[in-house]
Design a protein around this ligand. Structure first.
Ligand code: ATP
Ligand code: MG
Length: 556
């Protein structure tokens, strides 16, 4: 975070707390439920929590909020840890709410002993019916007046596995007429005979979120517990439990969740895309998960910068995906190696170049001299981009056309003499002559040309598959659509080019490296690539093609 930036409201609170000596140092936490892969919204919460502790010399715990045995898996735990590390953060302690099951159980017993909790035999429907509405008070039921002794026995029986799922619940005894519906005797424990990914079959009762979260914060001595706006009504309950149990006082603060255009951001919905085969797994580069962004070639820095730029708000809003892409281009522009690749190749033959001759030309590796140079083979036959040739050029066409001259990047100026078509009218070869005195860096030809195009030597080229991705949804907010959000899936979100050619230096490409295919965009090696098969993902285009599209649509 840059120093000159004004403080966000959470930083304001922290600075005041530290100044007033409320805490010696701060402790935040990131509390994912291990029921899916992390998405870009989680990245915002991660950057916020870890960012605050870094800024103020505190610490951040990673706590897996694993109170729901049905949906949680150890594989998700591993992916979450990998994603946080990749973003560049390290946690002080790796903790699990399930490790607190004994303590939480004792807290519940403590409440029963204080006459602040009771076992309720009602069905879920009966409980809902007695709860009232926002304008109408709820009603006490007959179980509410059970004695402490009776409640202690019944709760112990719940734990002992005597009852079936749903037969009984433990509720906090607060106020059935409370203006905050969540305070109307919330359920704090439910029976669930299910195997838990860590505690196995040790428990058949599990605490509800509201009874687990604040208490876990308190057990860990979390000073600032930051969550998203939908938890505002829960804060009263959070504070009530801490007060009644008389335990360490953690405080909850809420910020607006990140919503982004052209995507959905809920693990449950993302899971549907995976299980119903709309994408090829959680890390399919079209997904908004952190693992997908990583596979697609995003850098941790671009995501951190993005989270910093969007800041912390108290009101819900939508952030345009193009802002993230902007941060990405800024970072890749400084980091990516410059290489040449031709995605839609057509032969260019230099008629006056010696048959069988190869020259080694020096090429800049990156955006500045610090990246050094590499040698690139040049010969009589090259591949160039089909779209760089026009049989009948439009106005201001500076690329290949009959009679025109262009520079081949880092090589020579060529003049297009003729071209060959097959029976279908497709151009199969472009014949050019070259100007030997025009070699880049040693040009004595005195000829100025306006266009420069990229190329790959045909006898040195490597074949590659290139995957181009587009937005997964066609509408800005897929959830707004009537019916299923999956109805707005963009059927053209993946385009696979099987016959691209790339320069030979890419035989050593690694998954961690970032490349700019000159004039074509930023690319990275995909994890599907094999020794005998190069596969590249387009990370992002050089310019924002959608912004233009949107403008066009709005103008018409
Ligand atoms: P999902 O609905 O995608 O499952 P969640 O909020 O249930 O999201 P958790 O694993 O419970 O997911 O979230 C862990 C932390 O990440 C929470 O503190 C939550 O508030 C935060 N978080 C989740 N989604 C977003 C988002 N879109 N923007 C900011 N923070 C988020
Ligand atoms: Mg959740």
């Amino acid at each position: 975070m840059s120093e000159e930036k004004s403080l966000n409201f959470i930083e304001d609170i922290i600075e005041t707390d530290l100044k007033e000596g409320k805490y010696k140092s701060i402790l935040t936490r990131f509390p994912p439920e291990p029921n899916g892969y992390l998405h870009i919204g989680h990245a915002k919460a991660i950057c916020l929590n870890f960012g605050l502790s870094l800024k103020y010399g505190g610490k951040t715990n990673l706590r897996f909020d694993d109170t729901n045995p049905i949906t949680e898996e150890t594989a998700y735990v591993e992916s979450i840890k990998e994603d946080i590390r990749w973003l560049g953060f390290s946690w002080a302690n790796e903790l699990y709410t399930s490790d607190y099951f004994d303590i939480l159980y004792n807290y519940a017993v403590n409440l029963i002993n204080k006459g602040l909790a009771y076992v309720d035999d009602s069905t879920a429907e009966e409980i809902a019916a007695m709860k009232g509405t926002p304008t109408e008070a709820g009603k006490d039921n007959k179980y509410r007046s059970r004695t402490i002794k009776e409640n202690l026995i019944l709760f112990a029986n719940m734990k002992g596995g005597i009852y079936k799922d749903g037969e009984k619940v433990l509720r906090a005894k607060i106020d059935m007429a409370h203006t905050n519906m969540l305070m109307r005797d919330p359920i704090i424990y439910r029976i669930k005979h299910a195997y838990h990914h860590r505690s196995g079959n040790a428990w058949c009762i599990y605490p509800m979120y509201d009874f687990a979260h604040g208490q876990s914060d308190s057990i860990e001595n979390i000073t600032h517990s930051i969550c998203t706006l939908e938890f505002i009504p829960h804060r009263e309950l959070y504070d009530w439990f801490i007060e009644k149990l008389n335990i360490f006082t953690s405080h909850q603060y809420e910020f607006a969740r990140l919503n982004m255009t052209y995507t959905v951001m809920s693990k449950r919905k993302l899971l549907q895309l995976v299980t119903e085969g709309y994408v090829n797994g959680w890390d399919d580069p079209r997904m908004p998960t952190i693992s997908a962004f990583r596979r697609k070639g995003y850098t941790p820095k671009s995501i951190r910068t993005f989270c910093d730029k969007i800041g912390i708000a108290k009101r819900e809003n939508f952030i345009d995906l193009s802002l993230l892409e902007f941060c990405l281009r800024e970072d890749l522009n400084q980091k990516a190696l410059r290489v040449m690749a031709v995605l839609d190749p057509v032969k260019l033959i230099i008629t006056n170049y010696e048959e069988g001759k190869t020259e080694e030309l020096l090429c800049e590796n990156g955006p500045d001299e610090t990246f050094g140079k590499r040698s690139l083979s040049f010969g009589k036959e090259l591949w160039v981009e089909r779209e760089d040739f026009m049989e009948e050029p439009e106005k201001k066409w500076f690329r290949l056309a009959p009679g025109s001259m262009v520079r081949l990047k880092s090589a020579y100026i060529v003049k297009c003499e003729s071209f060959v078509k097959d029976v279908t009218g497709k151009v199969t070869a472009i014949n050019c002559s070259y100007i030997p005195e025009s070699r880049s860096g040693k040009d004595t030809s005195g000829i100025n040309v306006k266009g420069t195009i990229h190329w790959v030597s045909a006898s040195h080229a490597l074949n590659a598959e290139v995957r181009l991705y587009d937005r997964l949804f066609t509408t800005e907010n897929p959830l707004d659509e009537k019916g299923d959000f999956k109805n707005t899936i963009n059927s053209d979100s993946l385009q696979i080019i099987t016959h691209a050619v790339v320069e030979s230096s890419l035989k050593d490409a690694t998954v961690d490296a970032r490349y700019q295919f000159i004039r074509k965009g930023y690319f990275c090696l995909d994890t599907d690539a094999r020794l005998d098969k190069l596969i590249f993902n387009r990370t992002v285009t050089l310019k924002d093609a959608w912004a233009k599209e949107v403008k066009k649509i709005r103008l018409t």
